[in-house]
Design a protein around this ligand. Structure first.
Ligand code: PLP
Length: 367
């Protein structure tokens, strides 16, 4: 049996008619760059995130960069985040001219360890970016407490956490801003590239709207030096169609995770994902930890099962960030995690048969 890590085609077939009708409307009205279809999606996505505003942009990386710029982060500033994220989290900081400062993660949730946060704060810290990795939110209460005590804004990297919750509150709604990616493989994925920032801050919203559109409030009158990061109209229309399905898709992911859990509960080695008491996990990724991860990965590949590693090299050990003073051993939990993490096939349309097959083959492989 073949089991892909991710299957976008099955989902495409389920929503083909709806999405194509929406795309046809965009084409008929020629509203390709920004415009009314993006505005409708922005309104609906803000509601979904329990926020007043959302600003659609070109990608999740842009969302992070534009939120940081909107908060005034610039050269010489420091921004605290975690080393076990997709590179974009650190890139956005660096492209502001600021310096990423890493803090290690919690061993069970793989998100920012609040106990280590305060020690990383300096007089130059201008923002804190917890990453809601794999679809589970970071422990936001202690993070927000520390940040508020130091008057430092928190930006949530919610690129993997559309619809995830912390004590009943939606990802993106707890910090000053929440940044989302709609890269095709994300829980809410465009049919191209897109991203958004959600916030309750009126002033920040206005700044980000102006910035993403060349710094213009009025056409050809530029109040600040901005950038072009408007959301594509076709992406806005497709995302609005897909947003209606997202609650069901997240539920299906949770159900699949539950089946994995019941089948793998007696796995003697490694660790299954831990859903924290505060969390509603939306399983963008179903992460295992295994000491012999690489052997298991290749054995599963032989059996037709595609797995992934998110991520094999933590950001502080990437070549791009060499020469910044970090070394092996700087962030031991993140490094241990990078050496053992394995992502199992996970998407809403995964069948019970496929999950049974994956679980059985994992049990064989770890023997
Ligand atoms: C996907 C992702 C991003 C970047 O989003 P793009 O839309 O690919 O630019 C940022 N942070 C995390 C944690 C991600 O998973």
């Amino acid at each position: 049996m073949k089991v892909p890590l991710l299957d976008l085609h099955t989902q495409y077939k389920l929503i083909r008619e709806e999405a194509q009708a929406a795309i046809t409307e965009v084409m008929a009205s020629s509203a390709f760059a920004g415009g009314p279809f993006v505005e409708v999606f922005e309104k609906n996505f803000a509601d979904f995130c329990q926020c007043r505003h959302s600003v659609g942009v070109g990608s999740g990386t842009d969302a992070l960069w534009i939120a940081l710029r909107g908060l005034g982060v610039g050269p010489g500033d420091e921004v605290i985040t975690v080393p076990n994220s997709f590179i974009a989290t650190a890139e956005a900081i660096s492209q502001c001219g600021a310096i990423p400062v890493f803090t290690d993660i919690d061993e069970r949730t793989y998100t920012m360890n609040p106990d280590l946060l305060e020690a990383a704060i300096t007089s130059r810290t201008k923002a804190i970016i917890p990453v809601h990795l794999y679809g589970q939110m970071a422990d936001m209460d202690p993070i927000m407490d520390i940040a508020e005590r130091h008057a430092i804004p928190v930006i949530e990297d919610a690129a993997q956490a559309h619809g995830a919750e912390y004590k009943g509150r939606r990802a993106g709604s707890l910090g000053r801003a929440g940044c989302f990616s709609f890269y095709p493989g994300k829980n809410l994925g465009a049919w191209g590239e897109a991203g958004a920032v959600v916030t309750n801050d009126d002033k920040l919203t206005e700044q980000m709207r102006v910035f993403r559109d060349h710094g213009q409030q009025r056409k050809y009158h530029h109040s600040v030096i901005g950038w072009n990061s408007r959301m594509d109209g076709i992406q806005g229309a497709v995302l609005d169609v897909k947003l209606r399905h997202l609650p069901d898709w997240n539920e299906a992911r949770r159900k699949n995770a539950e089946i994995y859990r019941s089948l793998l509960a007696d796995l003697q080695v490694g660790a299954l994902p831990h859903e924290a008491g505060y969390a509603r996990h939306v399983y963008h990724i179903y992460p295992l930890r295994l000491k012999n991860r690489d052997q298991v990965l290749s054995r599963l590949a032989e059996k037709g099962i595609s797995c992934g590693i998110h991520y094999p090299v933590p950001i502080h050990l990437q070549q791009a960030y060499s020469g910044m003073g970090w070394d092996k051993g700087s962030f031991p939990v993140a490094e241990m995690h990078a050496g053992e993490q394995l992502s199992l096939p996970m998407f809403p349309e995964l069948t019970e048969q496929q999950i049974n097959y994956v679980a059985a083959e994992i049990k064989e492989a770890v023997k």
